[in-house]
Design a protein around this ligand. Structure first.
Ligand code: CP3
Length: 345
């Protein structure tokens, strides 16, 4: 099926586009009252994730209501640990929680990476439904968590400021840690392959806790897993988003991915210098700017667009949109990108 709006895919491939494409991390979520209504019908976040009709419905909401240039399938990165054998709950206001965690070899032996595709059939079914419903309006993004970030949740059992449990495991039990990282990586590749077969046009890998590691530890434990993932998708654009890891941009630029996500701690000029000329950059407006006035949102968005330049850029926030942002402020960001005219040389 030919896409009517393929700006995202052309920008990902580094091709010239009439304007900069824009989508927003967490665009399907609590920022939209329509999302909250669907979630209330689902009963819980996890029911929403596991019911393809409802996941499809909320995936389409930002396309219909905000006019973004891409849809991202509604799911969560934590479906992977669950499919490996570690169930979780999403506690209102407190985030994810795992009752069991991986601390030793016995814990690891209880996991199984077999039949990932079957266990995650509800996600691929949601992707097939969404593709049909989109009918070529915009590309559909699939995603997974990066192995390091998934490792953090499987060992710590919840979100954390320090992630001392996973970082301690890298130091005290590096061989065990590597086995768990390898297992997560294998499962993630199978999962992303299934998403692509179901109709995802591009895949993004979220390494949300990259910034918990030093440059050296990130190169040793996180980069090799990302390298394995990227090399498994020679024909699909892949975006790597390592949040808080400005120090890893050079190492990431050596992987055969097409797009690198940039958080708001990193300036566009620094990112471009570290990454070089061969990749598209995605980002990076500070999500807190959307608390500002429309004038201020327009000013900072235009400044960002100028700094990245007219090519090899996909506009986004530097991380997910905060749930208490007014939808009109999010619209203001999107409209500013879509109406911006670069001074073409
Ligand atoms: O971007 C999108 O619009 C697609 C949907 C999406 C969700 N989670 C939905 C969601 C994506 C891409 C994710 C990825 C995800 N999940 C990440 C990586 C991206 C990032 O933000 O760094 C992480 C770390 C998670 C794990 C997770 N899931 C956390 C920490 C939370 C927050 C808990 C809270 O209460 O704020 C979630 C829940 C979650 N995932 C929500 C949504 C819309 C909110 C749940 C709700 O509806 O209350």
């Amino acid at each position: 099926m030919a896409l009517r709006n393929d700006l995202l895919l052309r920008a990902a491939r580094g091709e010239r586009t009439e304007r900069t494409p824009v989508w927003v991390m967490r665009q399907a979520g609590r920022v939209l009252p329509e999302y909250r209504a669907t979630r209330a019908r689902a009963g819980s976040f996890l029911n929403l994730v596991r019911t393809p009709e409802l996941a499809c419905e909320v995936t389409l909401q930002p396309v219909d209501l905000l006019g973004v240039d891409a849809a991202i399938i509604f799911s969560d990165i934590l479906v992977i640990p669950e499919a490996l054998g570690l169930p979780y709950t999403m506690d209102e206001g407190r985030g994810p929680h795992f009752e069991h965690t991986i601390r030793n070899e016995q814990d690891l032996l209880r996991l199984s990476a077999s039949e990932m595709e079957g266990k995650l059939e509800y996600v691929t079914e949601a992707i097939r439904m969404t593709r049909r419903a989109l009918d070529g309006r915009v590309p559909l993004i699939g995603f997974a968590g990066a192995p390091w970030t998934i490792f953090c949740y499987m060992t710590e059992g919840k979100g954390s400021k320090e992630f001392s449990v996973p970082r301690r495991m890298l130091m005290e039990q590096p061989a065990l840690a590597q086995r768990l990282l390898d297992m997560i990586t294998t499962a993630t590749i199978e999962y992303l392959r299934a998403q692509v077969r179901a109709g995802a046009d591009l895949v993004q890998v979220f390494d949300s806790w990259a910034g918990a590691l030093s440059s050296d530890m990130y190169s040793r434990f996180a980069i090799p897993a990302l390298d394995r993932i990227v090399r498994s998708f020679p024909d699909v654009p892949v975006t790597l988003f390592s949040k808080g890891a400005w120090f890893a941009l050079e190492a990431l630029s050596e992987l055969p991915c097409q797009v690198i996500g940039i958080d708001w701690h990193t300036t566009p000029a620094f990112a471009r210098k570290a990454v070089g000329e061969n990749k598209t950059l995605q980002g990076n407006l500070d999500p807190a700017v959307l608390y500002g006035s429309p004038e201020e949102i327009r000013r900072q968005t235009r400044e960002m667009l100028t700094a990245f330049g007219p090519r090899q850029h996909i506009a986004n926030l530097g991380h997910g949109v905060y749930p208490d942002i007014h939808p009109d402020h999010l619209r203001c960001f999107i409209d500013t990108v879509q109406s911006y005219q670069h001074h073409q040389p």
